[in-house]
Design a protein around this ligand. Structure first.
Ligand code: G6P
Length: 369
């Protein structure tokens, strides 16, 4: 295959790009975090403009939309501005409430997604300030937005987005801190804590990348499943949505991601003997709640794979399998945790002989509706 040389010795671009995530994260953060403060050189958005912003809207598609969900959580927590998030294909057809006091944040790896571009044009017409977070320098979205933050992930070839996603999440946290600095809502302790957290994410990703044997083993043993559930709360719920999308995209296994508290409102009816449930439990403030959700699905026969911070390894007595991430700040966990779910989707797809880099029916970038 003429493309083999570009895969850097890996079987697929997706693997190469997952392995590039530590470097991509560093490139996303370098120069933007110094000591206790975040700095985006070249942004027009300043504290004067922030005074007039009373609404943030986030618009994106696919994986970028999931990064936006993490962003909503960060913006509300650290800049205390209310945030709405919508898929670009919904936003553009509903006469959204948007005016000159609106900050529209669009996220797009390629910078060419037709629906996202249309959302920018609509919001700009109504007076919004548009800030794009994108990976491709000079892309249509980069050109049409008034402010641009580049994710610096480097070229992404595999259809399933991996390194672009982690850098989008990193940029969301940087941007939330920045907006919190501009409007004075971010405390000094939080600023220092987040800068430190971001500075170590690349090493945290590496610890997950070093754990592939057990992921592959799990995938090889379970590749005939037809169904998988992801459960999480808060930031973990966003990670679950992204993990579930990854799995659908490349392995064609049906999966659902649920906010764990919603379980009892329907989806628990689908849990049977042997149903695999991936329970993402990295958030301390809802850890006990997750534990009771785990007990509920275990009682119905589920096979539970839990992902926890090391400090909660004792969960092993409650579940069938545990994958750990190092102990860390709860706000940083989406970055290393999603890498487990990317690798899980990858190894399941490989075990099922799927075309990992070019899944059926999917395109890297959807430039027409
Ligand atoms: C396509 C790709 C996805 C991507 C989405 C949004 O569906 O297959 O991986 O997340 O488009 O793309 P964008 O370039 O706007 O991030």
């Amino acid at each position: 295959d003429p493309g083999d040389a570009e895969k850097g010795g890996y079987d697929h671009f997706m693997m190469k790009e997952m392995m590039e995530q530590p470097k991509a994260m560093n490139d996303a953060i370098t120069g933007r975090c110094s000591g206790n403060s975040v700095l985006f050189s070249g942004l027009h958005l300043d504290s004067e403009m922030m005074k007039h912003i009373n609404r943030i809207q986030i618009v994106a598609c696919g994986t970028a939309y999931h990064a936006g969900m993490v962003g909503k959580y960060y913006f509300e927590k650290f800049a205390r501005v209310s945030v709405e998030i919508e898929a670009a294909s919904e936003y553009r057809y509903k006469n959204p409430i948007v005016d000159k006091n609106t900050l529209l944040i669009v996220i797009s790896q390629s910078g060419e997604t037709a629906d996202t571009l249309a959302a920018i044009r609509l919001a700009k017409d109504k007076g919004a300030w548009v800030l794009a977070v994108t990976n491709v320098v000079g892309s249509s979205i980069a050109r049409e937005a008034q402010d641009v933050i580049y994710t610096n992930a480097g070229p992404e070839i595999a259809v399933a987005s991996t390194k672009a996603y982690v850098t989008q999440v990193g940029c969301m946290l940087l941007l939330a801190s920045y907006l919190g600095q501009l409007n004075g809502k971010l405390g000094e302790n939080d600023a220092a804590r987040l800068c430190h957290g971001l500075s170590i994410t690349s090493g945290l990703i590496e610890t997950v990348l070093d754990n592939q044997d057990k992921i592959k083993k799990f995938a090889d043993a379970n590749h005939e499943i037809y169904d998988l559930f992801y459960l999480g709360r808060g930031l973990d719920y966003c990670t679950c949505l992204e993990g579930s999308l990854k799995l659908k995209e490349i392995s064609y296994i049906h999966s659902e991601a649920y906010a764990a508290g919603e379980l009892k409102h329907g989806p628990i009816a689908l849990i049977d003997e042997g149903t695999i449930v991936v329970a993402v439990c990295t958030q301390e403030h809802v850890f006990e709640k997750m534990l009771s959700n785990i007990k509920e699905v275990k009682a119905r026969g589920a096979y539970v794979l839990a992902i926890v911070q090391q400090a909660h390894e004792e969960i092993a007595s409650e579940v069938d399998e545990v994958w750990t991430i190092p102990n860390m700040d709860d706000d940083i966990t989406p970055i290393p945790t999603v890498v487990y779910l990317q690798l899980l989707a990858y190894y399941l797809a490989v075990a099922r002989d799927c075309d990992v880099d070019k899944p059926k029916n999917l395109a890297k970038s959807v430039t027409v509706e």
